[in-house]
Design a protein around this ligand. Structure first.
Ligand code: GLA
Length: 354
């Protein structure tokens, strides 16, 4: 229905960061920053038609710059971890920035979450959209190839927030883009997400070592706390006596969708908050989702919007993507991109009430 923008804040180096507001006819509203393409607010209705903001995030730019947790941000070039920050591509060894224990996480020291994206198109229609572009220079954060990334956010008439990622490179490289939104369908300032029911169309998950690097095994979810093939509350088994849960302090694992990547986006996950009736269906053509229950949300220095304190397990992230550390595992999904190929993935978070 409409799209508008204004200045959100100014970086220490003087560059301005804008916030774009997209609204549809049903009153759904989303705010997106040009800094990291971060989704800063998302207002959706409950069963009674009351709107609230269901996303983690901050009120001011400084918290996006200095806070951790990648609130709402685009993640690149490679989402999740690369073991010991090392990989070999076409015989050449790459050594990446180490920013998470012994590993490389979410693109390195200054990942896409810390870049200002250019606005290349906006559409002011029934399905307002915003297209952001970032050209990552060859060698940025040690990654090979000039990478051109265009991310388009569309608010659909059916209350879907669609994110399409398109990328090309001029040298063979690796790539795993995602969005790091934290959801709590009761409202961002309500507390625990453990009562939310989750369904995942995933029959295996990736166990990890103690630094959260996948061991290489694709383990069946059947008869484990990782079985969400029938919807269940996130908290139902989170305290189970299970080594994989203990290592991560909750869920922080890659779940592999049945049949792998699909041509068109299909329904792969549903998050439901029974009390409010808010439901989120996740459609994607990605092969996997990292389910992260906000186990590390403890940073007192950077409270969320409205001065709401960070608390572990108060949100869940459903980061659609390829398998973490896939470049170091032959049996994992292929995350390489070559010149002439087009990386093209879409994830839609579609909201309704039930
Ligand atoms: C991902 C990772 C988590 C954590 C968050 C950011 O979800 O899997 O371990 O690093 O990002 O805090």
């Amino acid at each position: 229905m409409s799209i508008s923008h204004k200045l959100f804040g100014t970086l220490p180096d003087g560059r301005g960061v804008d916030v774009y507001t997209l609204r549809n006819a049903s009153g759904v509203k989303v705010r997106i920053l040009t800094y990291g393409g971060a989704i800063q607010q998302l207002y959706i209705p409950d069963r009674k038609g009351c709107f609230c903001d269901v996303l983690g995030g901050y009120d001011c730019l400084d918290s996006y710059v200095r806070g951790d947790g990648y609130q709402g941000a685009l993640i690149g070039r490679v989402g999740n971890r690369i073991a010991k920050g090392t990989f070999t591509l076409d015989g050449k060894e790459y050594r990446m920035f180490i920013n998470n224990g012994p590993n490389h996480l979410h693109g390195g020291e200054f990942g896409f979450n810390a870049k200002i994206f250019d606005v290349v198109a906006t559409e002011d229609t029934d399905t307002p959209s915003l297209s952001l572009r970032y050209v990552s220079p060859d060698g940025e954060e040690q990654y090979p190839g000039t990478l051109t990334v265009t991310v388009t956010y569309t608010l659909t008439a059916e209350n879907g927030l669609r994110i399409r990622y398109v990328a090309t490179t001029d040298k063979k490289t690796i790539l795993n883009l995602t969005n790091h939104s934290y959801f709590n369908l009761a409202g961002y300032a309500t507390g625990s997400v453990l009562d939310h029911e989750l369904y995942l169309d995933a029959d295996t998950y990736l166990p990890t070592d103690t630094s959260l690097i996948p061991t290489g095994e694709l383990r069946p979810v059947a008869n484990t706390p990782f079985d969400f093939t029938v919807a269940k509350p996130i908290g139902q088994d989170i305290e189970a006596d299970n080594a994989d849960l203990t290592i991560a302090g909750g869920y922080d694992h890659c779940f592999n969708f049945r049949g792998g990547a699909s041509h068109e986006p299909v329904l792969r996950a549903t998050l439901y908050h029974r009390e409010s009736g808010r439901k989120m269906d996740v459609y994607t053509n990605q092969p996997c989702v990292q389910v992260y229950t906000g186990n590390f949300l403890t940073n007192e220095e950077f409270p969320f919007k409205g001065n709401f304190a960070q608390r572990p397990r108060s949100f869940v992230c459903l980061e659609t993507q390829h398998m973490p550390d896939s470049i170091n595992h032959e049996n994992f999904t292929d995350c390489t991109l070559s010149p002439g190929e087009v990386y093209d993935y879409t994830t839609e978070y579609r909201f309704s009430v039930e």
